[in-house]
Design a protein around this ligand. Structure first.
Ligand code: NAP
Length: 394
C-alpha cells in the first residue's frame, strides 16, 4: 500500500507539484485530474500562441506523464463526475491546481457591451480552448483598446499587431488568424492607469513590441522623464528602468510609420466604455474592440486538512511559469510532511473512465500531424466531441 495523491488541474503548477512529490517519493500514486481532455492548462490555453519557446515547457510535463504511477485523468469535472468529498475520502492528500480562469471586471459603465472582451476569453479563443470557440467580430475593428500594463496586455497587443508571416510558426487557431489578418486594425492603445514606472511588463516582452514587422510602438516622451535609470541595482528597479529605456526608444518613433501603431498610454484610468470609445481619466480613445487585461479570479474550492492549493489557486494570478516550479515544489514538501505520519487509505479507485495519457497522446499526435501538413507546430482540435473522439480512437 502506498499513499494516493489527487492533483486537480493539469497545468504547470499541478505538474510541478507532481514533480516535487515524485522526486522524494517515487512510490506515490498520483492522479492528475482535469476537466479538459487535454493537459497543460495555461500553457495550452493561456500562453500566447506565438510564444512557442514558452510552450516548450510541456516536454518536461510529458515526461512525467510517462511515469508508471502517475495517471492523467482528463475530461473529469469535479462537481459533475466526482465531488470534492469523493476525493477527500479516496485520496490521502489533494493538491488544488485549478489556477484562475475568470476575467476580473473593471466595474465601470459599459463593461457589458459586446465589443468588450476579457483577456482570458480572447486568449483562450486564440489558443483553441473548446469552451471559447467564438471570437470577436474583427471585420470592422480599426482601433483597439487594451486595458492593463502587464504581460497579458502585451500578448494581446502583439498578436493583434503581428503579420501573418510573424504568426506562421505559431499554433494560433486558423479561424482566429484569418479574422486578425482580415481585420482593418490601424491603432492599438495599451492603457495603464498608473505611470510607466508601475507597469508590470517584463522587459523582453516589452522590447519585442519594438521589433514588429507591420506595427510601430510609440509612447509619449513627456511622461517618461522622471524615472529611475536602468543602473539601479535591485532586480525590480532594474526591470523598471529597462522598461523606461525601451519606452523612451518607442517615444522616438512616429505614429503611422507602419500599417499599425501601438500607442503606450499611461496615467489613464478607464472610467466608462461606450460604443466606439473608452473614456479615460485623461481623455478618451477610439475603440471598436476593448480587451481588459487586468487579472483573473478563480473558482472556489474547499479548504481544510489534507487540501493543498498551489500556483495561482494559492497565490493569485501573478508570476511566470518558472515561478510555479519553486512554489509547487515547496507545497509538495508540505504534502510529504502531511503524509509522513498517516497510514495510506485503502478504499476503491473512484476515478470514472477518463481520457488517459494514451488518449491525450492520440490528440497530440493528431494535432501535430495536422500542423506538419501546413508547416506549423500543431493545428488544435477545438471541438469537445472531436477531442473525445480522437482520444478514444485507439
Ligand atoms: P499583471 O501583471 O498583474 O497586470 C495586470 C494589469 O492590470 C496591471 O497593469 C494593473 O494595474 C492593471 N489593472 C488592474 N485593475 C485595473 C483597473 N481596474 N483598471 C485599469 N487597470 C487595471 O497581470 P497579467 O498581465 O494578467 O499577467 C498575469 C501574470 O502572468 C503576471 O505575473 C505575468 O507576468 C504573467 N505572464 C507572463 C508572460 C510572459 O512571461 N511572457 C505572459 C503573460 C503573462 P496596476 O498595476 O495599477 O494595478
Amino acid at each position: 500500500m502506498t499513499h494516493r495523491v489527487a492533483i486537480v488541474g493539469a497545468g504547470p503548477s499541478g505538474f510541478y507539484a507532481a514533480d516535487g512529490l515524485l522526486r522524494s517519493r517515487p512510490d506515490l500514486h498520483i492522479d492528475v485530474i482535469d476537466r479538459l481532455p487535454t493537459p497543460f492548462g495555461l500553457v495550452r490555453a493561456g500562453v500566447a500562441p506565438d510564444h512557442q519557446g514558452t510552450k516548450a515547457v510541456v516536454r518536461q510535463f510529458d515526461r512525467l506523464l510517462a511515469q508508471p504511477d502517475l495517471r492523467f485523468a482528463g475530461n473529469i469535472e469535479i462537481g459533475r463526475d466526482l465531488s470534492w468529498d469523493d476525493l477527500l475520502e479516496a485520496y490521502d492528500a489533494i493538491i488544488v491546481a485549478t489556477g484562475m480562469v475568470v476575467d476580473r471586471k473593471l466595474g465601470i459603465p459599459g463593461e457589458e457591451l459586446p465589443h468588450v472582451w476579457g483577456s482570458w476569453r480572447l486568449v483562450a479563443w486564440l489558443n483553441g480552448h473548446p469552451d471559447f470557440r467564438a471570437g470577436p467580430d474583427l471585420s470592422q475593428v480599426k482601433s483597439v483598446a487594451v486595458i492593463g500594463n502587464g504581460n497579458v496586455a502585451l500578448d494581446v497587443a502583439r498578436v493583434l499587431a503581428k503579420s501573418a508571416e510573424e504568426m506562421a510558426k505559431s499554433d494560433i487557431v486558423p479561424e482566429a488568424e484569418a479574422a486578425i489578418v482580415a481585420a482593418p486594425i490601424t491603432d492599438i492603445h495599451v492603457i495603464g492607469r498608473r505611470g510607466a514606472e508601475h507597469a508590470s511588463f517584463t522587459n523582453n516582452e516589452l522590447a519585442e513590441m519594438g521589433r514588429l514587422v507591420r506595427a510601430v510602438s510609440v509612447a509619449d516622451a513627456s511622461v517618461l522623464q522622471a524615472v529611475a535609470p536602468a543602473e539601479d541595482p535591485t532586480p525590480e528597479k532594474l526591470r523598471k528602468g529597462k522598461n523606461i529605456d525601451t519606452l523612451k526608444g518607442f517615444a522616438a518613433h512616429k505614429p503611422g510609420e507602419k500599417p499599425v501603431t501601438v500607442h503606450f498610454t499611461f496615467h489613464a484610468a478607464p472610467t466608462k466604455i461606450q460604443p466606439g470609445e473608452v473614456v479615460l481619466s485623461s481623455g478618451s480613445v477610439k475603440a471598436d474592440l476593448v480587451v481588459t487585461c487586468i487579472g483573473y479570479t478563480g473558482q472556489p474550492f474547499p479548504q481544510g486538512e489534507g487540501i493543498f492549493p498551489v500556483g495561482w489557486a494559492r497565490r493569485g494570478p501573478t508570476g511566470t511559469i518558472p515561478t510555479n516550479r519553486a512554489d509547487s515544489h515547496a507545497v509538495a514538501q508540505q504534502v510529504l510532511a502531511w503524509l509522513k505520519d498517516r497510514d495510506p487509505k485503502s478504499g476503491p479507485d473512484v476515478l470514472p473512465v477518463a481520457v488517459d495519457a494514451a488518449g491525450w497522446h492520440r490528440i497530440d499526435k493528431h494535432e501535430i500531424a495536422a500542423g506538419t501538413a501546413v508547416g506549423r507546430p500543431r493545428v488544435k482540435l477545438t471541438d469537445w466531441q472531436a477531442l473525445l473522439d480522437v482520444a478514444q480512437s485507439g
